[in-house]
Design a protein around this ligand. Structure first.
Ligand code: PRX
Length: 658
């Protein structure tokens, strides 16, 4: 029976592969917030006016701005200069004041099945208390606060408490190692850290606070550590520096008015990988970022806060979580689901059981998760009633048409439009995506830029390519763009605005435009690897590998991978006469996990006596990629020692069989 059903599904999906375009289902289109393409024209006719309108309609300003966009010092653009507002007020106070305090902000579900409904009034109460607790400890406007927390409601409270007092938050994804946390605290001169006693993952608990203590001890800038009690695992609180979250809240005053802050006041720093080993501190400010988050949350996802239940399955530690778990939904007064655990724990149907349980209407996830679900099979979603769903979203990497169609058919039941949303940590919010009531989708394409956005594909000289492949650029500023790299203005200019000048943002992605003007993002043009939608730099992983005592040299590449989009493949040269063994491979992987986090562990380690280098000693990763993906070798004439490639080719072929 099961096989028959599977083969019928396969047949149906096979037929869909020939369908090039998916128009918005009529039932969806007719009721969509936006279903008239004139929004594109309106925005184009006066793009600054368009953004001003969004900022005015979607946000509550304590003081209006003087200038919509100040471009007197490109690429350091300012948005809504002169205006004042507060992010926490916009996410909470105004909804509570409008009588929506009892609305659930988050249906939280713990890994062991615990349920907690957190209302807007609950959040506002705790945010004010935590903000006061932070203030009592001398944290104020401009002081950076690190946050290293799992997917629990306290993470939202922590972010908004910081925003309330103008202290930029610096959230580190829970999957990163304590050493990475330390590095990010050090780079940003963080004055406080909000963390947890322990975290849960698939039925196990891991100590967090004590692991953080091991590396944080000597970092003197951290004057305060606030610890959320979650798993109850033992940890020490250092007298004078550390405090329990619940005790701090209890002791704090109830009221903390939201301070009106300049529109350009820093809201947060979020570290992401660049092409060197040092992560980049992406800096987002208040007015523009909130405009982008609120705008896209509402119109890309057709959000009706009074009716919809939203679920973004990302982790709050990535930009997707910042914009579409915290700021976008809360700015719009929406009700969301937040899940602590993994998609396959306690079983592979947990996501769908939650969609059913909370009547989720809008669901947003990553292609890598969709591919995993595909692999597990349709029997898991079939166990549950998914008829509440009315729209699906995808983010983080190109979605292959097969996964798109499976998502459309098996999860969306053929009635939900899919929005394939392209954006980056740097862009702050979605820039290229279908509008679900307007745009015809083509599986695998993020389609066209949103109203207000000017994206193009250009050649090496910056000439626009009408149809064909080239470099993706953005030709005008947008409100939620990064303002700089924290404390690295030069690197900011160099990375994004040196190739084509200060008015053209170089994205770092290659893209193709088809004859309808649709954008197909192909992948990165720099040394950034995208593993399961998580961004890592080759240099970062190499430097972690090389820090192992037995390693002489390493080169890391991203290799195409069926499950994770790309996988990390490391070519490693050992010291002296050391031999590469299975044990050493495991040791290296653990070493990388400790330095960066489990997500950075290489999937494959290839031992090699030498690496292909140019005469000037630069490692030619391009050739390693050719080998790893079984392509004809590109130009090898610049190699110092062409013999290296022969050895490697042989080695890779035999290793690849295993
Ligand atoms: O290469 C693009 C890819 O992810 C990169 C941004 O990664 P990050 O800053 O970690 O943000 C991920 C979540 C927004 C981009 O440069 N990317 C993101 N979304 C898509 C995508 N590639 C293709 N299609 C997408 N929808």
């Amino acid at each position: 029976m099961a096989t028959q059903e599977t083969s019928q599904l396969e047949r149906e999906l096979g037929e869909l592969l020939d369908v090039e375009r998916f128009a918005p289902p009529e039932s969806f289109r007719s009721g969509a917030l936006w279903n008239d393409p004139k929004v594109y024209e309106e925005a184009e006719a006066d793009w600054q006016g368009w953004w001003a309108r969004q900022a005015e309609e979607l946000l509550d300003w304590a003081q209006p701005w003087d200038t919509v966009m100040d471009d007197s010092d490109p690429p350091f653009y300012k948005w809504f200069a002169g205006g004042k507002l507060n992010a926490s007020h916009n996410c909470l106070d105004r909804h509570v004041a409008a009588g929506r305090g009892d609305r659930v902000a988050f249906h939280w579900r713990g890994e062991e099945g615990e349920e907690r409904d957190v209302t807007y009034a609950d959040l506002l109460r705790d945010v004010q208390k935590l903000a006061n607790a932070l203030k009592d400890r001398g944290i104020g406007s401009g002081d950076v606060v690190g946050i290293f927390l799992p997917m629990i409601p306290e993470v939202v409270v922590a972010m908004l408490a910081c925003a309330r007092i103008g202290a930029p938050h610096n959230v580190v994804f829970g999957g990163f190692s304590p050493e990475s946390v330390r590095e990010r605290m050090e780079f940003s001169d963080a004055k406080a850290l909000i963390t947890v006693d322990g975290a849960r993952r698939k039925g196990k608990t891991a100590p967090i606070k004590s692991a953080v203590d091991e590396v944080m001890g000597d970092l003197e800038t951290i004057e305060t550590i606030v610890v959320v009690r979650h798993t109850g695992v033992d940890c020490e609180l250092r007298e004078g520096r550390d405090v329990w979250y619940h005790e701090a809240l209890e002791a704090a005053d109830d009221e903390c008015p939201a301070e009106p802050l300049d529109a350009e006041h820093p809201l947060y720093i979020l570290y992401t990988s660049g092409s060197t080993a040092k992560p980049k501190g992406i800096l987002h400010t208040t007015g523009g970022y909130l405009t982008g988050a609120a705008y896209t949350q509402r119109y890309v996802f057709d959000l009706r806060p009074d009716e919809d239940v939203w679920w973004c399955s990302a982790d709050v530690g990535w930009v997707t979580g910042h914009s579409y778990i915290v700021y976008g939904p809360l700015l719009n007064g929406a009700t969301s689901v937040m899940y602590e655990g993994a998609p396959d724990y306690p079983d592979k149907d947990v996501w769908w059981s939650l969609c059913d349980r909370y009547d989720v209407t809008l669901f947003y996830t990553a292609p890598t998760a969709i591919r995993a679900c595909m692999k597990w099979g349709p029997q898991y979603p079939e166990r549950h009633d998914l008829s509440s769903l009315r729209l699906l979203g995808s983010v983080g990497e190109p979605i292959n048409p097969k996964a798109w169609l499976w998502y459309w058919k098996v999860i969306g039941g053929g009635r939900c439009p899919i929005v394939d949303t392209w954006w980056q940590t740097e862009t702050g919010s979605i820039l290229i995506s279908p509008l679900p009531g307007i745009t015809e989708a083509k599986p695998g394409s993020a389609t066209v830029p949103l109203p207000g956005i000017d994206a193009a594909v250009v050649d090496e000289d910056g000439q626009e390519i009408g149809e064909g492949q080239g470099l993706l650029v953005l030709r005008r500023p947008w409100p939620s763009m990064l303002r700089t790299l924290y404390r690295e203005d030069e690197r900011f200019v160099e990375t994004y605005f040196s190739k084509f000048g200060p008015r053209t943002y170089l994205v770092g992605d290659a893209a193709r435009r088809d004859s309808d003007g649709y954008f197909w993002v192909v992948g990165r043009i720099d040394d950034v690897i995208n593993v399961s939608g998580h961004r890592l730099s080759t240099a970062e992983v190499e430097s972690a590998i090389v820090s192992h005592g037995k390693v002489a040299e390493a080169a890391v590449i991203g290799q195409a991978d069926e499950d994770t989009g790309q996988a990390i493949c490391a070519f490693v040269t050992l010291e002296g006469d050391l031999e590469g063994t299975g044990d050493l491979e495991s040791e290296l992987r653990e070493h990388v996990a400790k330095r960066i986090g489990k997500l950075a562990r290489p999937k494959r380690v290839i031992w090699t006596a030498d690496l292909p280098k140019t005469r000037s000693g630069k490692i030619m990763r391009r050739l390693l990629r050719d080998i790893a993906e079984g392509r004809e070798l590109g130009d090898v004439t610049t190699l110092r020692d062409p013999g290296v490639m022969k050895d490697l080719e042989g080695k890779f072929a035999s290793d690849g069989d295993g």
